[in-house]
Design a protein around this ligand. Structure first.
Ligand SMILES: [Zn+2]
Length: 512
């Protein structure tokens, strides 16, 4: 498997004491960012050449460069540096200089006004390597840093467009908001917030102990945890599958936090990835989460490729919508069906209540799974955050697909968990955007029919319509676009706006 090297990076977990409680600074990545969009995290970024040059003679140059990067990124992203409260103009000028890579000038501006980045201050608070499945990877060192009351720290302010929110949080409040799926937090931040929440009300919080707890997040064998809890009681992990490019993986999800959990999307047909899935489930089981059943979202090969092998290997029953069960007859044996609106309650430290939600349109037996407590909606192939969703004649139905997208919106989900790509933190915008995009395409298909018929010679073939209706897309995707075009034409026929004559199409009289 081809993987990208993880770039060295660093992140500052900045805390302060306020009103008898500990607070921690969190930023939110812009929802349109390419890496972990919409994720709430600690400020941070890649170690740069300036950080390395300034740290070359340190006893541990890599650690020193990472400490400097953590505090520099904190300053660049949020304007926070000790001593800046009384020197706002100089601090702003230094920030501009630094963002412009005029490093010496920035350092001089900070030094003349007594502002200090304090790179030596942070307590090592763990290291996290983005797993191999991610197209962009970082090897991030975390440092726990206290912003002391008497040091003149300013209020945070964002510049640039990578981040769209910054705020001080009580750690327990940040975790509670995560529990309501009001924001998404990555695994290292969940670990750090849990460590901080344990001491947030102590008169003298033991930050050394908190940092130690953050460092000791690896399993007994020293490997990084594979546990990514997207919201409490919902775990995610991507596995490589032969799927529609640019996607390369299908996400598996485990629902439940106790002994009766469910695995959704046993998708990978590759043995090495199935081994990885078995390891993942073993780690979850060590944490008290035991999978007892597998569910499918729909019958496509990149969603069921591991179902038979994993059912046998793990001894787990498999269920799906009855149409999916029928479609798979002879290839994948299911043990039972899931009825639309069937509700399953799963006990555990974080009880979950899951409703099967019937969403035909991409595939005729497609089920989404709605976790009603957090509002997380496992979206299968109804939406994707990597790649697009194909609605092809045969399995697909454009009118049903649009109706299912609208029905998903009416559920009021707080987060969409697609089969391909990152979680979607703004479900309303995503679902509306998907509907709007398909309706825009329908207008272009109508326009193409109109232009073809106004030439008056003959009805329009697919070859006539495709270059007009999809003129804004690269030719490389036209073979797939041709399938979408057929789905749009079938919907227009169903709506009474277009009619078919052999292989050619025309607008109906009322539409023309
Ligand atoms: Zn599919």
């Amino acid at each position: 498997m081809r993987t990208t090297t993880a770039r060295e990076a660093a992140s500052a977990i900045l805390v302060r004491r306020r009103d008898d409680s500990l607070e921690v600074l969190l930023v939110r990545r812009d929802p349109s960012a390419s890496f972990l969009p919409g994720l709430t995290a600690f400020p941070g970024g890649a170690v740069d050449d300036g950080d390395r040059a300034a740290s070359a003679s340190a006893p541990d140059p890599a650690d020193a460069a990472a400490r400097r990067a953590a505090m520099r990124e904190l300053f660049e992203e949020t304007g926070l540096v000790a001593g800046a409260a009384d020197h706002e103009d100089a601090a702003a000028a230094a920030r501009d200089a630094w963002l412009d890579h005029r490093n010496d000038e920035a350092a001089a501006l900070l030094a003349t006004r007594g502002m200090r980045l304090h790179p030596d201050r942070g307590r090592p608070a763990g290291r996290w390597i983005t797993p191999e499945y991610s197209p962009i990877r970082f090897d991030t060192r975390f440092y726990l840093v206290e912003a002391r009351h008497d040091e003149g720290w300013p209020e945070p302010s964002l510049v640039g467009h990578e981040l769209d929110k910054v705020a001080w949080w009580r750690p327990s409040d940040a975790l509670a908001a995560w529990g309501r799926a009001e924001h998404l937090i990555g695994p290292p931040a969940v670990i750090a917030l849990r460590a901080l929440a344990r001491c947030e009300n102590d008169p003298e919080p033991d930050l050394d102990a908190a940092a130690r707890a953050m460092r000791e997040t690896r399993g007994a064998d020293g490997r990084q945890s594979q546990r990514w809890e997207v919201v409490p009681g919902v775990f995610a992990m991507p596995f490589r599958t032969p799927t529609l490019p640019p996607a390369t993986h299908t996400n598996a999800y485990v629902l439940g936090s106790g002994s009766g959990a469910v695995l959704v999307e046993p998708a990978t047909p590759f043995e090495d990835e199935q081994d990885r899935m078995v390891d993942w489930l073993a780690e979850l089981r060590d944490g008290g989460v035991e999978v007892r059943e597998m569910w499918l979202t729909h019958h496509h090969p990149d969603h069921v490729g591991g179902a038979t092998a994993l059912a046998r290997r793990l001894g787990l029953p498999l269920r799906a919508h009855r149409v999916t069960v029928d479609r798979l007859r002879g290839t994948v044996a299911c043990n039972g069906t899931i009825e639309p609106d069937e509700v399953v309650e799963l006990d555990g430290p974080h009880p979950v209540r899951v409703r099967a939600f019937f969403t035909p349109g991409h595939a005729p037996g497609h089920l989404c799974y709605f976790e009603e407590r957090s509002g997380a909606l496992l979206a299968g192939d109804m939406v994707a955050s990597i790649g697009t969703i194909l609605v092809a004649p045969g399995d697909g139905d454009m009118a049903l697909y649009l109706e299912s997208l609208r029905a998903m919106g009416r559920l009021g989900p707080t987060v969409l968990l697609p089969a391909h790509g990152f979680p979607v933190g703004d479900p309303h915008q995503k679902l509306e955007g998907y509907v709007a995009h398909r309706l825009m395409r329908e207008r272009k298909v109508l326009d193409a029919l109109d232009r073809a018929s106004s030439r008056g010679t003959r009805d329009a073939t697919y070859a006539d319509l495709l270059p007009i209706a999809y003129e804004d897309t690269p030719k490389a995707v036209w073979p797939l676009a041709a399938l979408s075009l057929q789905s749009h034409l079938l919907k227009l026929q169903h709506d009474g706006r277009a009619s078919r004559h052999g292989d050619a199409w025309r607008l109906t009289a009322s539409s023309a």
